[in-house]
Write a protein that binds this ligand. Sequence first.
Ligand code: ADP
Ligand code: MG
Length: 538
Amino acid sequence: MSTETLEFQAEARQLLQLMVHSIYSNKDIFLRELISNASDALDKRRLAGLQDDRLRADDPHIRVEADKEARTLTVRDNGIGMSREDVVGLIGTIARSGTAETLRRLKENKESAELIGQFGVGFYSVFMVADRVTLLTRKAGEETGTRWESDGGGTYVIESVADAPEGTEVTVHLRPADEEDALHDYADEWKIREIVKRYSDFISFPIRLGDETLNSMKALWARPRSEVKDEEYHEFYRHITHDWSDPLEIVQMRAEGTFEYEALLFIPSRAPHDLFQRDGRHGIQLYVKRVFIMDDTRELLPPHLRFVKGVVDAADLSLNISREMLQQDRHIRMIRRRLAKKVLSTVKGLMRDDAEKYRAFWHEFGAAVKEGLLDGAEDHKAILDIASFTSTVGEEPTTLADYVTRMKDGQDTIYFMTGESRAQIENSPHLETFRAKGYEVLLLTDPVDEIWTESVREYEGHALRSVARGAVDLPADDEVSEERTGAYASLLTWLNETLDDVKDVRLTTRLTSSPACLVSDSEGLTPALERMYRAMGQ
Ligand code: ADP
Ligand code: MG
């Protein structure tokens, strides 16, 4: 096929615009992105080589070259490479869902540049420093190579070439250096060494500059925590997640004995945009004895902890293990159980030792974690222990344990009410007696709260009860004397006959200022659940 000039897809074009005008101040990271892509490509080739001998690479590595005269920087790998269609589809397009939404948010708020990283549009960051980029690539096992070039404007040029080496070579034509930018001369070998050391030391393939290997290639999860600097963990986290911010917490684990594995997990500091999307990118990287096997391994953590990132390196799995096999694997199930417990106990530790971090955690991930209360999971207690909820007492969310310490004499039950927002619940007449009598009520506003409260009925021996349901057994509640009921009998009969949709009308002492309120049966649906079912057409 001949030379073609093609347009970038609209969203890709917008993102390039942002890059050319450099919304992110740390330009060094473009090199990290190129190296990270090279490393991914080498991982993919190693896997392909396991299935087909002919695709195996001799001496897998990454090479960086700088030419001060020509002002170019080249990153080359002998990884999987790309076909012509791959280049058009992968480099000319952003396929991820939610891109348009992120771009809109990015444009509104320049501070949130780290959003870009979440989409893994790393390659475009090269246009922060380049006025032209050339990519030469040949897919492992294919004959013809592809040359791609762009100045980051609306279009790129693509052509087939006969003599490309296997793998990918990206040549960055650096913008002219200005004086104030002497520190950022990316054609300078010192500068390159420094960036690679800082951002890419743990990359498991050698990164070479001349005869020198720049990185130590040590697997971070295999090193004792005391020997690794936080900064190194953070870089590794960025490498595997594309998140530009630091993780909230690091969780390290090692199991020895019949089934050995090492795990290095990260709790992000912010929820990903796709946390509640079924097709969101969730899961852990799986390695077997230092060899990368797959990304996004969902089987390694229960769904309610899907936001946790990291690596599990298992010693005794087959290198050829497939996703289907994972679902059946007994060892994987065991690892999942252990990791889940460890993550929950880590959060419990935060509660005790770092209240601020705990609050940040719960604010970002609480709604997801509570999904764990829905299944028959064994971790209910551990989840309730780390959960917190807004309540009628105080502004900050409270834990159930703290609620219990504030219970009134003779109170045995933990009261809650579900609804769409705190304000909506607080206006509810259901709360009146509770407020008047000084009983604390938890205000549950996440949609998932409607569901788990249906099945989780107690915490540490205290019943959990909705105040919107049936007669609530506050001492002396709802006991209206027969005499009084008798006096209102004809009104009640008339109301019962007139209000068709209402099952029963009765007198109550529950209200202090509202004239009437709607109550569900003890076993019936709460008003919010009723709304939900109705919305679903049931
Ligand atoms: P991400 O790495 O998050 O997928 P990038 O923008 O960095 O996003 O890269 C887009 C895609 O282009 C990659 O997923 C990969 O398929 C392809 N790609 C980029 N660089 C290389 C490379 N050196 N070798 C092979 N494929 C590459
Ligand atoms: Mg990338």
